[in-house]
Ligand binder design. Structure first.
Ligand SMILES: [Zn+2]
Ligand SMILES: [Zn+2]
Ligand SMILES: [Zn+2]
Length: 254
C-alpha cells in the first residue's frame, strides 16, 4: 500500500493569504501546505481520503489518472470542496458514478453544496456519486479492509480510517479512549497537529505527539498544520526521531 500526502495544511492552507509571518514567507517547499487529504494506492485500487478545494491541483501534481473512490472524513469545506473535480475520472472511467463513502451526518452538506449532482434530471456534465453510507462497521473496498472510527470534531462527527497497520486521523477535538483502543497495534499513522496551543475543534502538536507515543508507533507524521506550528525544519528538530511533520507530496509504503 502506497500512501501519498496530497495536502497537509489546515483549512486556510499555508501560506495564508496576506500573511507575512516567517512560515508563510518560508522558501522551504515543505512549508507550502494545500488542504489536507491523502491518496491510498494498492495493486487493485486508488482511493482519496477527502477531496478538498486543492484536489484538482493535487491530482495534476501527482499525475493521478485513475480514481476508484473517495472516503469522506467529514463535511467541512476543506475536506469536500473538490468533489466536483472528480468529474474527469468519472468521464474517463466510463461515466461510472464516483463511489463516496460517507457518514449520514455529512451527506446533507454534500447534497447542499453539490445539489446539481443529486437532481433527478442532471445537467449534462454534472458529476454523479455512488453513495455508500458508513458507520463504524468495517468494510472492504478492492483489496482494502477499512475500519472507520468515529471521533468528535467539536459539534461534528468525523471519521478516522484504519487500514491494517496504518491509520489516518485528522480533525478531532479530543483523543478519546474509544479512538485509542481502536488504534491499538497501528504502526504507521498520520495524525493532525493544528498548531501549538489548545483549540476547540482540533488537537495540537503536543497532543498528537502524546498520542503517537502512547500507541508506540514505528512512525508518525503530522498533518492539517497551520502556519502557527512553525517552519517544518524547526519543528522536526524538536520532535522524537520517529515523528515528523508531513508535507505535500510525501509518499511512503506501508
Ligand atoms: Zn479540516
Ligand atoms: Zn503566516
Ligand atoms: Zn474539520
Amino acid at each position: 500500500m502506497l500512501i501519498t500526502v496530497l495536502g497537509s495544511g489546515t483549512s486556510q492552507g499555508v501560506p495564508v493569504i496576506g500573511c507575512q509571518c516567517p512560515v508563510c514567507r518560508s522558501k522551504d517547499p515543505r512549508d507550502k501546505r494545500t488542504r489536507t487529504s491523502i491518496l491510498i494506492r494498492t495493486d487493485k485500487v486508488t482511493v482519496a481520503v477527502d477531496a478538498g478545494p486543492d484536489f484538482r491541483m493535487q491530482m495534476l501534481r501527482e499525475g493521478i489518472d485513475h480514481l476508484d473512490g473517495v472516503f469522506i472524513t467529514h463535511e467541512h469545506k476543506d475536506h469536500i470542496g473538490g468533489l466536483d473535480d472528480v468529474r474527469p475520472f468519472i468521464f474517463s472511467q466510463g461515466n461510472k458514478p464516483m463511489p463516496l463513502f460517507v457518514d449520514k451526518s455529512a451527506l446533507p452538506e454534500i447534497k447542499r453544496e453539490f445539489s446539481y449532482a443529486f437532481k433527478e434530471h442532471l445537467y449534462p456534465g454534472a458529476p454523479t456519486y455512488d453513495v455508500h453510507l458508513i458507520d463504524e462497521t468495517p468494510f472492504d473496498f478492492g483489496d482494502l479492509h477499512v475500519e472507520p472510527i468515529k471521533m468528535k470534531h467539536y459539534t461534528l462527527t468525523c471519521y478516522a480510517f484504519r487500514i491494517g497497520k496504518f491509520a489516518y486521523v485528522t480533525d478531532l477535538s479530543e483523543v478519546s479512549q474509544h479512538l485509542m483502543s481502536k488504534l491499538q497495534g497501528v504502526e504507521y499513522i498520520i495524525i493532525e497537529a493544528l498548531g501549538r496551543v489548545p483549540h476547540y475543534s482540533h488537537i495540537n502538536l503536543q497532543q498528537a505527539v502524546e498520542m503517537a507515543q502512547q500507541l508506540h508507533v514505528k512512525k508518525a507524521w503530522f498533518t492539517h498544520c497551520s502556519h502557527h506550528i512553525g517552519k517544518t525544519v524547526d519543528v522536526n528538530a524538536e520532535l522524537p526521531d520517529n515523528m515528523c511533520l508531513a508535507y505535500d507530496g510525501l509518499s511512503f509504503e506501508v
